[in-house]
Design a protein around this ligand. Structure first.
Ligand code: HEC
Length: 213
């Protein structure tokens, strides 16, 4: 019912905007100019989202050690930056969860400590080590899929058996995503009651064991 009236409302607005123009018929199908849904090739590969750096910034982790790539780089530090497409972010802020066509990009960048005037701490370099995307789309069984990203060419989905899926499903705070590490979103999910039961259980167990110590 709600959906139906929202649709009516949307077409009313579109109709008003395009008034007598011939294109009015096609307008509801066209994506808005700033729209950033995932784009796939005919054989289901993901087209590199070239403007993801203009999306909404969620967090930066430093040397988070769940990443198997990091373990292989002793003595090196890596930052991971997370960005989400703006449409999905807006819906999350309103509802506490992700809409269809959410795309979240994880970018791993090599850290350095010597450079320019820097004397202590680490900064991010131009060296991108890894990039991947997590996408919510009903075209995938389970509703979500991971893709590696490659600037040069479209990429194939990471198979469902990969460890990515199980860790995210078991430990992600909201709908298989790691909202517990996205500081501007965690409070929203708490307020909206969208935290996953598995995550709440882990938190309760952690609180109990720290209470005992
Ligand atoms: C052991 C658990 C674990 C595994 C395995 C794992 N991740 Fe993650 N992933 C995380 C955590 C924790 C974050 C949050 C990162 C941050 O806060 O910077 C994350 C965040 C992400 C994000 C950002 C969107 C989101 O869902 O929150 C992407 C994209 C991502 N991982 C891709 C992958 C891919 C691809 C693989 C498999 C190759 C993978 N991950 C395997 C724990 C895991």
């Amino acid at each position: 019912m709600i959906r139906y009236s929202a649709l009516l409302c949307l077409s009313a607005v579109l109709l008003a905007q395009s008034s007598a123009k011939d294109e009015a018929k096609d307008a509801p199908k066209a994506a808005p100019n700033n729209s950033t849904p995932p784009v796939y090739t005919a054989d289901g590969r993901l087209v590199f989202p070239a403007n993801y750096r203009e999306w909404i910034y969620l967090t930066t982790g430093l040397d988070m050690d769940y990443n198997p790539d990091l373990a292989a780089m002793p003595g090196h530090s890596m930052f991971d930056n997370v960005f989400v497409n703006p449409e999905a972010y807006k819906v999350f802020v309103a509802t506490g969860t992700w809409p269809e066509k959410t795309m979240i990009v994880l970018e791993g960048r090599m850290a350095a400590n010597k450079g320019s005037i820097n004397k202590a701490g680490h900064f991010q370099t131009t060296d991108v080590m890894t990039r991947s995307a997590h996408i919510k789309d009903t075209r995938f069984p389970g509703g979500w899929a991971f893709f590696p990203l490659d600037e040069a060419k479209p990429t194939k989905q990471i198979p469902k058996e990969a460890v990515c899926y199980s860790c995210h499903e078991q430990h992600g705070a909201v709908d298989t995503t790691f909202v517990q590490f996205y500081p501007t979103l965690l409070g929203i999910a708490k307020k909206k009651g969208t935290l996953a039961p598995g995550y709440l259980k882990e938190e309760a167990a952690a609180a109990e064991s720290s209470g005992k110590n």
